[in-house]
Design a protein around this ligand. Structure first.
Ligand code: GLC
Length: 494
């Protein structure tokens, strides 16, 4: 159904590229609003001003009427301001409002975890109660009333419930509709039951029927109950999360909302992730100049201190280091992986046990494996451009962006058949439809077999390999189609 209505959309998120990023939600939060603006809608973004965001570089400035705002969190009056800057795309300039409060956000460098302990900040509940509340103060002060508030992941999950309870009779706010997008059900924002008292929500929600789930206060659950519509980032994951296997304990809550749940596959930002235009890589290339990709392989090898060689593939991994992304498989298979005719490079950060494992592995297997355990956007581009293959053996995957970046860069993805990976990568055995290697079982041997299959083809059949590369590079994962699906959804609810 096509719609011509132009919407006012307030996009609330806890990460936004290039300002702050720990995962794919930052890329989506940047690309989707820009596309919506390009399509003629009014879009503004709300994001916390973490200490890690460089205010000079991004020209973040005060807005006089958005200074000295006040709200209550945990029974205390909190002062904050909304400062502003822009997300500058080629054709679109999306206005951003940064929630600035020194105690909760700008005084802390790290986004979610305390660098001294490696644990989540114990007051993350208060921090993201404040984020939700700040949204309503912002609208009130601006007098710019959105048709839709588009919320993302648990950090923004209280917006719908505030709207449907404490603001339900507010003349200014009562007609606003909410979309809640699940980027990852594995992170729900679970806190002790006592967190409820910090929210100012009506007491009747302090129960298993309301905000409490399995005796804990659960942010994600509240959004699942109160958002007008729920989306997730691929069609297969939308089906997956209604089952016990993938529902992360919330499957019954999700099932109740099944008719309001939609899967919309993420796109990729083709201005940022495009080998023909990529300003981070030493040599740009296209389908017509595939040879130039090899220069990136040489640069990548140099960076990681090994020699590039046409007969030995480089296999890249860029990921959050967590079990969900398949790292328990990689850890178990590692010894065998190191015996294969391949070089592995890894970029990522995450759980301590994996950081320790890879630090050791880098010394032990220095001829076959190298890694950078941190976050580095430029290096991510070099790995996508310089690798021959990309490994993504996720246990579950809401959408996954790196496999789509890999396809665009002619870097063959090796993935497990799940969620968004299933929706974007097709196995080599499917003939001319194939664009990668896909295994079914979440199992060490299945993964190893698939990696071996890829290496075998790479080393023995250059022609078939090139076909796979071009199939991927031709696939269209730009945001236009997906943005249109969101617009249709907005028009259904408002
Ligand atoms: C999360 C998911 C990933 C998805 C991204 C953006 O990081 O784990 O699969 O691509 O969000 O939606």
């Amino acid at each position: 159904m096509a719609t011509n209505k132009k919407f006012k959309i307030l996009f609330v998120t806890s990460e936004l590229a290039p300002f702050v990023k720990t995962g794919g939600v930052a890329d989506v939060s940047s690309a989707l609003p820009q596309k919506l603006l390009e399509l003629g809608h009014q879009v503004r973004i709300v994001l916390p001003k973490y200490g890690a965001i460089d205010e000079r570089r991004f020209k973040i400035h005060e807005v006089v009427r958005l200074k000295d705002l006040k709200t209550e969190v945990n029974g205390e009056e909190i002062e904050f301001s909304m400062r502003s800057s822009f997300l500058v795309g080629k054709r679109a300039r999306v206005q951003i409002y940064f929630l600035d409060n020194k105690h909760y956000f700008s005084g802390r460098h790290s986004v979610y975890t305390d660098p001294r302990t490696g644990e989540y900040y114990p007051d993350n509940d208060e921090r993201f109660i404040l984020l939700a509340k700040s949204v309503f103060k912002l609208i009130d002060k601006l007098g710019w009333v959105p048709d839709i508030i588009h919320c993302n992941d648990w950090q923004t999950a209280l917006v719908p419930v505030y709207l449907k309870t404490i603001y339900k009779d507010n003349e200014l706010l009562k007609n606003i509709k909410t979309v809640f997008t699940i980027h990852n059900l594995g992170y729900q924002g679970i806190f002790p039951k006592s967190s409820f008292a910090k929210t100012e929500l009506p007491k009747k929600l302090n129960s298993e029927k309301g905000a409490i789930h399995k005796k804990k206060f659960n942010f994600m659950k509240i959004a699942l109950k109160f958002a007008d519509v729920i989306t997730t980032v691929s069609e297969t994951y939308a089906k997956d999360i209604c089952t016990k296997e993938f529902g992360e304990g919330l499957e019954s809550v999700i099932c109740e909302r099944k008719k309001d749940l939609v899967g919309i596959l993420n796109g990729i930002d083709s201005r940022v992730w495009n080998p023909e235009k990529d300003k981070f890589i030493p040599k740009k290339y296209s389908i017509k100049s595939l040879k130039d990709k090899e220069l990136n392989k040489i640069a990548l090898a140099e960076k990681f201190g090994f020699e590039a060689n046409g007969d030995t593939p480089v296999i890249g991994i860029i990921s959050r280091l967590s079990a969900g992304k398949g790292f328990d498989l990689i850890k178990k298979a590692f010894k065998k992986m190191m015996k294969l005719n391949a070089k592995f490079v890894l970029l990522g950060t995450g759980e301590m046990k994996y950081l320790e494992f890879f630090e050791e592995a880098m010394v032990k297997y220095k001829n076959n494996f190298s890694c950078y355990l941190g976050f580095d956007e430029q290096l991510a581009h070099l790995i996508e451009a310089g690798s021959d293959m990309f490994l993504m053996p996720s246990k579950y995957e809401p959408c996954g962006l790196n496999q789509m970046y890999s396809l665009a860069y002619g870097t063959i993805p090796i993935v497990r058949r799940t969620g968004g990976l299933q929706d974007t990568v097709r196995d080599y055995s499917e003939g001319k439809n194939g664009n990668g290697f896909v295994f079914d079982e979440y199992d060490v041997d299945a993964m190893l077999k698939d990696i071996e299959r890829a290496i075998e083809l790479f080393t023995t059949d250059k022609k078939a390999w090139k076909k796979l590369m071009t199939a991927g590079m031709k696939s269209d994962h730009t945001w236009l189609n997906s943005a249109k699906k969101y617009i249709n959804l907005y028009s259904k609810i408002s």
